[in-house]
Design a protein around this ligand. Structure first.
Ligand code: 13P
Length: 339
């Protein structure tokens, strides 16, 4: 097995998932401001260091996605952040897209940027210790969107990114996120995601990407957050698994779902249900940002010196999500946390 194929498996095998701690400074500033914490680089590091040195990383987090600022920072004891993550048995990775812009030709939609100079940036990140990368494309659902143009141009960019990442000997996380904003029902989300994934795999193959050395990070199939459709967990799990089976080639070792605005428990419960009915060879895991960090961040905001309880909360979330990768999560276990 090649090195990248090996890394891809390690990131999500054995009950592990991925911690997405790659919020841009802008996003992190919004999160911190909402809890009345000043967004200085020191505070951003403090919170992230608390998570990266939590015991939960060892058993449940196979990879941590970092932002450009964080991968270059050092801990209070002088270790680099990638060294800290390694010392907890996890693999450091890096977000390499530089965000979204209006898509010329369909300005209500977004295109992800960051291909210019990417080869050189990847070489630098590799030297800093990154062994995988992330690029996120976003698609909005409405009556007329996403357009063919948005689907095609974002898939093209994702494939060019993935080919460059593999050339740099790293694993690309391919993240086409169909947003849950809107009034649409679950079927609409299914159809849009189906079209998006088909186009992504067409482009990835065209760009000769080795699918065995990739991880797909898709949205789950959900009704819109303003929808009247109240599909239950089993329906969500069935539709999500069907969409994966119909679109993801067998060579892909695994899938790490994003949480996309679900609550922490919803994200865990849905993944648990998906794994209950998983009859494929895919590893079905998580790559959560908000759904792993929200409660921990809230606690930290109350007292930024209370690292113990912040880590306790994060460890619990990590464990609950870890259990959901083998359908062993339950609401009873969920309630066992006492902080
Ligand atoms: P959420 O799990 O908060 O959606 O974030 C995942 C992510 O990395 C988005 O790019």
């Amino acid at each position: 097995m090649s090195e990248i194929e090996n890394i891809a498996k390690q990131m999500i095998a054995k009950g592990r998932g991925i911690l997405a701690a790659d919020e841009s400074t802008g996003t992190m500033t919004k999160r911190l401001s909402s809890i009345n914490i000043e967004s200085t680089s020191e505070n951003r590091l403090k919170f992230r260091e608390a998570l990266f040195s939590a015991e939960g990383i060892k058993n449940y987090i196979g990879g941590v996605i970092l932002y450009d600022e964080t991968i270059k920072q050092k801990t209070s004891s002088g270790k680099t952040i990638p060294e800290l993550i390694r010392s907890f048995g996890s693999i450091p990775g890096i977000k390499v897209d530089i965000g979204t812009k209006k898509l010329a030709g369909s300005p209500e939609e977004k295109i992800t940027e960051g291909l210019d100079g990417l080869r050189e940036r990847l070489a630098e990140y590799y030297k800093l210790g990154a062994r995988f990368a992330k690029w996120r494309a976003v698609y909005n659902i409405s009556e007329e969107y996403p357009s063919k143009l948005a689907i095609k141009s974002n898939a093209h960019a994702l494939a060019r990114y993935a080919a460059l990442v593999q050339e740099a000997k790293m694993v690309p996380i391919v993240e086409p996120e169909v947003l849950m904003d809107g009034k649409h029902d679950i079927m609409k989300c299914y159809k849009v995601t189906d079209g998006v994934l088909k186009e992504c795999y067409k482009e990835l193959k065209l760009h000769n990407v080795n699918l065995k050395g990739t991880i797909l990070k898709p949205n789950m199939i959900l009704p819109g957050n303003k929808s009247k459709d109240k599909s239950n967990t089993l329906e969500i799990a069935k539709m999500t698994l069907k969409c994966i089976k119909e679109n993801v080639p067998n060579e892909v070792p695994g899938i790490a779902f994003l949480s996309g605005g679900q609550t922490e428990i919803e994200a865990t419960q849905n993944l648990n249900e998906i794994n209950k009915i998983n009859d494929t060879n895919f590893l079905l895991s998580f790559s959560y940002g908000r759904a792993l960090q929200q409660s921990a961040l809230k606690n930290w905001a109350k007292n930024i010196r209370d690292i113990n309880n912040t880590q306790k909360i994060f460890n619990h979330r990590s464990k609950m999500n870890g259990l959901s990768t083998s359908a062993k999560w339950s609401m009873d276990l969920e309630k066992q946390l006492t902080v």
